[in-house]
Design a protein around this ligand. Structure first.
Ligand SMILES: [Zn+2]
Length: 352
C-alpha cells in the first residue's frame, strides 16, 4: 500500500482537502442507480462503473476516494431485498476505493450515513443505528480506510451516535462529520446548526461541516456562521444546484418554467454552472474552509473547478476549459471565424 500523508497530518499542517462526493447522484445520472430509493447495488451489479467513477473524480483533483457505500447499509438493502449482499457490497466498494486511492496517491475514506431507522421519538432506534454504523465501520477498517466520513445527518443525536461509533469501533481513525442542510438552519431537534457542529467538534470530530441539500448560494451564509462558532477544520460540500433564499435546498427547488418541484427526477434543470462553482470555491477558500467538495450533482468537470481554485494539479487539469484555441472564440479570430461566430451566436437580426 502506498504511503500518503494522513488526514490529521494534512489538516495539522494547514493543508486543504478536496473530497468528491455525489457518487450516487452521478451514477443515477448515468443510468445505474434507481432515482427514488437511490440504493447502491450497482457496486455488485456493475463494479467497473463505480471504479471508473472513483478514478474520474481522483483524476479531476479529489484528494480522497470515498467508498461508495452511501445507502449501502442494512436498512436500505433490506428495503430492496438484498440484505444478504450487505457485507459483500460494502467490502467490494471499499476494496475498489482502496485500489484507486493507492494508484493515485489519494486517501481512502469509509462512509456511513443517515440510517433511515433513526427516529427522534423512539430512543430505541439509537441502538439500531449504532449497530448499523458498527458493522460498516468494521468493514471499512478491514478494508484499510484512512478515515471515516459520516454524512447527511438531519438529527444531531444520530450524528453524535455515528461519531461515538467511529470512536468506539474505528480503531482511532479520524472522523469527518457533516450535517445535511435543507430548508431550516437547525437540526431535526431544533438545535442551530453552528451549535450542533460545535458540539460534534467538542466531542472529538476531526472535521465538522455541512453537506448535501443546499446549493452554494444558500449554504454559504450558514457556513459563515459555522466558521464563527467552530474552532477546528470546517467542511463544505454543497449540491451544485441553484438554490435561492425562497427555495433553499434542492428539495424545495422548482422548475423555473412551470413552478413544479423538481426533486428527484428533474433537479438538473437547476444545475449550477462552472462559474457558479468556481465562485463558490473562491468564497469558501476565503472563508477558510479547509475541507471542500461537492455532493449530489457533482461531476468530474465541476469537481475540477473546485480543485483548481484550491490549487490542486490533477491528471485532468490539462482538459480544463480554455477558449484560447477556439477558431471562433479566441482573440484574433480570423474573418471566417468571426463570421461563423456571428452565424452561430445569432449576432445579427437576420441572415445574411
Ligand atoms: Zn448529496
Amino acid at each position: 500500500m502506498a504511503t500518503v500523508k494522513g488526514l490529521r497530518e494534512r489538516l495539522r499542517d494547514g493543508e486543504t482537502v478536496v473530497c468528491a462526493e455525489g457518487y450516487m447522484w452521478e451514477l443515477e445520472r448515468r443510468g445505474f442507480v434507481t432515482c427514488g430509493d437511490f440504493t447502491p447495488e450497482v457496486v455488485l451489479d456493475y463494479p467497473e462503473r463505480v471504479k471508473s467513477l472513483y478514478e474520474e473524480f481522483a483524476w479531476a483533483g479529489s484528494d480522497v476516494v470515498e467508498a461508495y457505500t452511501y445507502y449501502g447499509h442494512r436498512e436500505k438493502l433490506k428495503a430492496i431485498g438484498r440484505e444478504g449482499d450487505l457485507e459483500s457490497l460494502n467490502l467490494k466498494a471499499l476494496k475498489m476505493a482502496r485500489e484507486v486511492a493507492d494508484a493515485n496517491g489519494c486517501l481512502m475514506a469509509g462512509n456511513i450515513c443517515n440510517t433511515t431507522v433513526f427516529d427522534l421519538a423512539d430512543p430505541g432506534t439509537v441502538e439500531m443505528a449504532r449497530g448499523m454504523f458498527k458493522e460498516q465501520i468494521e468493514w471499512a477498517l478491514k478494508a484499510g480506510a484512512d478515515y471515516i466520513i459520516a454524512e447527511t445527518f438531519s438529527a444531531l443525536t444520530e450524528a453524535k451516535t455515528a461519531l461515538e461509533a467511529i470512536q468506539q469501533y474505528g480503531n482511532g481513525l479520524p472522523a469527518v462529520i457533516t450535517m445535511a442542510t435543507y430548508a431550516y438552519d437547525v437540526t431535526l431537534e431544533g438545535v442551530p446548526l453552528p451549535e450542533a457542529l460545535r458540539q460534534l467538534e467538542l466531542m472529538g470530530a476531526d472535521v465538522v461541516g455541512l453537506n448535501c441539500g443546499r446549493g452554494p448560494e444558500t449554504m454559504l451564509p450558514l457556513l459563515r456562521e459555522v466558521k464563527q462558532v467552530c474552532k477546528g477544520p470546517v467542511a463544505a460540500l454543497p449540491v451544485p444546484v441553484r438554490t435561492t433564499s425562497a427555495e433553499k435546498s434542492m428539495y424545495s427547488a422548482r422548475d423555473p418554467r412551470d413552478g413544479r418541484l423538481v426533486f428527484p427526477e428533474d433537479v438538473a434543470c437547476r444545475q449550477c454552472s462552472r462559474s457558479d462553482i468556481r465562485q463558490f470555491a473562491q468564497e469558501a477558500r476565503r472563508l477558510g474552509v479547509k475541507y471542500i467538495g461537492l455532493c449530489c450533482g457533482a461531476t468530474p468537470a465541476l469537481l475540477r473547478e473546485v480543485a483548481q481554485v484550491y490549487g490542486k494539479k490533477a491528471r485532468l487539469s490539462k482538459y480544463a476549459p480554455d477558449t484560447s484555441r477556439s477558431f471562433y472564440l479566441k482573440a484574433g479570430a480570423s474573418e471566417s471565424g468571426l463570421t461563423m461566430r456571428a452565424f452561430m451566436f445569432g449576432e445579427k437580426d437576420a441572415w445574411p
